[in-house]
Design a protein. Structure first.
Length: 209
């Protein structure tokens, strides 16, 4: 007899960005840091240095192909899962905001969600010390270990998956629905991990009367 495996939950895309995009995000982020464009009062993170990018038109063209990949993947996912609201496709997008996080030892992001339709995170710098700390401490506690990013959806029940867990490396990135709850574990290594996040607003196609 034939078998059908049903997909479940939100569509999350994991990918790797190119070095050119990483470089310009680091360079422009350093300017925001130097000018102290403090963004902490808009964010959930328990991180001391979070700064917004004042101008980011340069980011739109560099990120477009990754968003296109997400939307193409979502279209296929919608066909297999029968997502009803996919009957209202989108033809353009607006970047609502863009900010950079300089995460240090013992800092973290509690469970939270974002505004807009889609969100993303890009890891610009992940020191090896964090990965070593994770490997050494993984079996010491009943959790995913330090330095992880986690996405949570639904209840933790038998025969189901309610969490995506990932130890990032430089260049790793995710696009996901803005409402998807996620959080970031602290690490203890005396290093700095740098990531960029932002929120995307999808502009709907005009419908004919």
């Amino acid at each position: 007899m034939p078998y059908i495996q049903h997909n479940w939950g939100p569509y999350v895309l994991e990918f790797v960005v190119d070095d050119d995009l990483i470089k310009i995000l680091l360079d422009e982020g350093a300017k925001s840091r130097k000018n102290n464009l403090d963004y902490r009062n808009q964010l959930a993170g328990q991180i001391e240095e979070e700064f917004y990018y004042k101008d980011y038109d340069w980011f739109l063209s560099g990120f477009q192909r990754y968003l296109t990949d997400y939307m193409n993947g979502l279209e296929q996912y919608a066909k297999t899962t029968h997502i009803e609201h996919w009957q209202h496709p989108y033809n353009s997008w607006t970047l609502g905001n863009l900010w950079i996080n300089y995460q240090k030892a013992n800092e973290y992001n509690p469970p939270h969600k974002h505004s807009g339709d889609l969100s993303f995170v890009i890891y610009l710098q992940v020191p090896d010390e964090i990965k070593r700390e994770h490997s050494e401490r993984l079996d010491q506690h009943r959790n995913e270990g330090p330095g992880m990013i986690l996405f949570d959806y639904g209840m933790d029940m038998p025969f189901s998956r309610s969490r995506i867990r990932h130890m990032p490396k430089t260049g790793d990135a995710f696009i996901f629905p803005a409402w998807l709850v996620h959080h970031v574990h602290a690490f203890k290594s005396d290093v700095e991990r740098i990531s960029v996040s932002g929120n995307i607003i999808l502009n709907k196609k005009a419908t004919k009367e």
